[in-house]
Each structure stands twice: as structure tokens, then as C-alpha cells.
Design a protein around this ligand. Sequence first.
Ligand code: ZN
Length: 422
Amino acid sequence: MSMNLNTQAGIKAIQLEKLQAGIEELQSSNLFYKSRLHEVNSWNDFYDLPFLTKAELVEDQQRTQPFGTNLTYPLGDYVRLHQTSGSSGGRPLRWLDTGKSWLWWTGLWANHIYKGAGITSEDRIFFAFSFGPFVGFWSAYAGAERLGAMVIPGGSMGSEQRVLAIKELEPTVLCSTPTYALRLAEVGAQMGIDLSKSSIKKTLHAGEPGASIPSTKRAIETAFGASVYDHTGMTELGPTGFTCSAGDGVHFIESEFIFEVIPIGADPDPRSTQSEGTGELVVTNLGRFCSPLIRYRTGDLVELSRNPCSCGSLFVKAVGGIQGRVDDMFTVRGINLYPTQVEEVLMRYSEIVNFQIRHEKIRHMDEVSLLLETRDGTDKVVEKVVLDLRHSFGVRIDCKCVPSGTLPRNEMKAKRVVHVQS
Ligand SMILES: [Zn+2]
């Protein structure tokens, strides 16, 4: 296979080549895809293929338990099971990998995600994860092993133990969600351990958009005295993107995936997706044909840019990373807002340690208010925040302080928006 990643045309040729080979295999032996696909010999053929939604996958796994029918090989060929967190409601999706597709995962970590952050075999990486069935934990860990770094599992430890482990074992890199990194720093402060003076030089995050939200990124940088990197991926898709030295977004790995956008507000038409611009991200993976996704609607909101990047990468960039979920948008007095925009304002305040957006429909109108946990437990900052929000969005959003520890916080994914039934 020709590997010319130095031009857009070269990347597109590689994508089509991988796709053709994969689809041929799916047509012969993948029950789920047999009826959905046709032969693909050109990009036009590709754009004639249907979208795939998560609902279809969930339905398939419910109908054919326990793994569904999106399997290209006999079950005996699969070596790993992972599942989604189920945090977006409903049953978790189960996903199987073969030895070959797992090598693809770990290769993407070693050759793109860690590499993009300048993390090398000399690094010592601490994983503040529980190591449950969520693939992010294991792929990050196995990718670091493959890189030749020293891996330190932080599973089944409380936050205090993790702070102590960082102090004693002197890791140079911390992997966690953005929210949990801030939580660790807070616990450290309570223990009299200042993590900004720790051995951590880099932090690498996923699970939430935070590491690409400027104010959250700065808060983590300050808390750890470290450079902060984002990473994107999905259990059912694979690891899709990484932050480069430019630090203003996430490059999507186009040698291993095809990325498209359904423009916001447009009817989702498979024939009129775009390769840049703002909208819902649609992804096809090209290295996991044992359990592949073709034109998968991720529900993630992105702004794809093909402007040249200072790091020299030709891969498309999601400016500001994943900006949120397309269906997380709410409307306050005619203004469309995403939770990430609210987070960007709130995290400018070092006084605020945690927050939650409460969204309620009252007589068909969206009503939104914010619950804030402050460092000192007082509401001194509230007035300033309300003004700042109003200045940023042109609408008044009510804020209320709640006692420290009221809002849920975990190492998986912060639930930023609560939809209240009234
Ligand atoms: Zn770049």
C-alpha cells in the first residue's frame, strides 16, 4: 500500500484503498453490514452509503445478544470486550476487538496521541482510572506500554492515595478526565500537597471537552504547572484525535479514519456532507474491520478546519476539540448555547471548583440556571459571574451556590447538564 501522507490527495487515496479492502470483507462475512453496503470503487460510491446511528447499534445488540451482529469473524477470533460508560443513558454498547484491531488501537496511541503530546519512552505515566470495562483506560495504558514508557496504574485508589502516589512515584504524565485532574489538585491542596510543584510535566485528557476549553485548560495548567493535552475517541470507533503543539484543537487521524460533517441545521443527507465547517461529526474507521463503523453519526459537535497548522500536520483540525453534544444545545431567550460555552466562562474563576447546568422546560420555554460549588463555600463570586455570563451571551442566567461536595464528581465523565422534568 502506498503511504503518502504528505498531501491531501495522498491521504484520500490511502483512505479509499483501506475502505475498499475492508468493505469487500464485510460484504462476505459481516451479518450487520451485508445488506447495508455496496461495492465502493470511488468517493461517489462512498457518499451513496447510508449513515449509521447509535440507536441502530443498540437495537442490533438487543436483538442479537450479547454482542450483536457487527462481527466479521467467528467469536473465537476476538480477544477483548469493552463497553461504553452508559453515562448518556440507556444500555451500554458492548464492543469486541481482535488481536489485530487491538494493535491498531495501541499503535494510534503510541504513534499519534502520545507522540502529538511529545510523550516518549522516557516518561512515567500515572493513570488515574478505575480500570473498569471502559476502553479508554486500557487503550491508553496498552498504548503507553507499546511506547515503552513506564506505566503506573492508579486503579482502586481513592483521591488521597493517588495524590500520595504522584508524590512518591514521581510520574511525569497524568492521564485522567479534566474534571478529575482538578479534583486531584483540590484534594492535594487539602492534604497540604501542592501538585503544581509535583513531577507532572504533562497532563493528557479525554472523556469531556474540558482540555480544549481555554479556561479549563488554563485551570489544569495552573494546578499542575504542566502542559495540557486533549484526546478524542469513542469505544465503538477507536481513538480519533490528539492535540498537537499548536494547542488550539484536536487533529483527527485521517490515515485511519474518514471524517465528515453534517452542517448544523441541515437535513442529514448522506450525499451532502462536508469535509470542513461546523456540524455533527460523522466517522468511518479504517483499521477495525472486525467490528467496523461506516459513516457513524457521533452526535458530537465540531468545527473542522483545513487551514495549515503550525505543527505541520495535514490532518484536519477540530478547532477547540469536541465542542459538545449536538443535542446538548439549549435556547435561552432566543440565544443558542452549548454547555462548553458556559464552562468557558465559569472556569475563568479560580473560586469555582465545580458546576452544573440545570435545564428545565417551563411552558415550552427553556429555563436555565447554574449551580456552583465555590472553593470557600461563599457566594461572593456569584454577582460577578452573572454579569460575565450576561456580557458573554446577552442573556441573564441565574446562578446559585451549593455546599461543597453537593454536585456529583467522578473519574469517568462529569454530567454537566441536568434536564429537570417539571
Ligand atoms: Zn497541529
